[in-house]
Ligand binder design. Sequence first.
Ligand code: FE
Length: 355
Amino acid sequence: MSAIDLLSLFRRELELCKVQPGEVMAVLSGPNTRPDYIEAFVAAGQQLGAEVFHLHLPQPVASGRQTPTTAQGALWGVTPLTGHRSGIEILKKAGLLVDLVGLLHSPEQLEIQKAGTRVLMVVEPPDILARMLARPDSRARVEAAGRKIAAASELRITSPAGTELTYKLGQYSRSPILQYGYTDQPGRWDHFPGAFAYTWPNEGQSEGTIVLRPGDIIFPFKEFVRSEVRITVQKGFITDIAGGFDAEHLSHFMAAWNDPDAYAMAHIGWGLDEMALWNGISLINKESAIGQDGRAFYGNVLWSTGPNTDVGGTRMTPAHLDLVLKGASLYLDGEPMVLDGDIIPDDQKVKRSRA
Ligand code: FE
């Protein structure tokens, strides 16, 4: 993508975020940030009249906790901003923080949000950003999904492969997490791009079996499942992973964290992004993309494991997997949101084609 195209794309994104003349806008970069993203966001903010600054953080010196990987999209909550007090204080002065590092699941991001700063994470490559830029009805559809989650007390997922699992809701679900690809409200986080909605289950109240089948996706591997994996969940934790190679692959990775919290059930929701591709992971460079296609595609069921600090819980673990079921079903209090991979409620269906 040319520099001019990138600038105009980021300007459209910042307009969606309602960046105002005179507003303080921060651009945060780290060791792995694309230089063209820094330049284009700084320039786009200036074009909109914002008071822009750019903060670059170095790779932190290795400290303490060992993790099995630091690969892109595989380690969450530990960032160049971890424990960086002066950086945190500076970023809290911004109305909008453009996060080119990936602060998601970190206490530092939550502290910055609490100061009223809206936070926009941007780490995907340009072609994905351009294709999945929010459409005029993205937000309304995701907010409609959010209202359903907020009102529900039980979420159930099923699949033709044999998934049958129930999450009890209420502890965290009254304020679901909504992603539609931009943020224009104080203190609100979003990730450009992607449209989907999710929440966290009550602690210790997820029970059942999830069966992954070929075509489902495991992040951070950014790989399709190619053989059936049978996952048993009791009292909110995975207690067994059975199957062939894919089960062994998954079990080995989870065990490598040496952290019981890695097995906890975390966010659960469904994809609402009609521009996202189920097979997008086949088209990406694993080191330069995290795979929003797979996480957000229209009618997926996305479940996860690991941390819950995003919603006020105490499980702070860098071990976080997103697992995507294709062709599955998701019900809230018995009402289908997704049925065999199709979005059911009228107000969550795509109303129009791309602008
Ligand atoms: Fe996740």
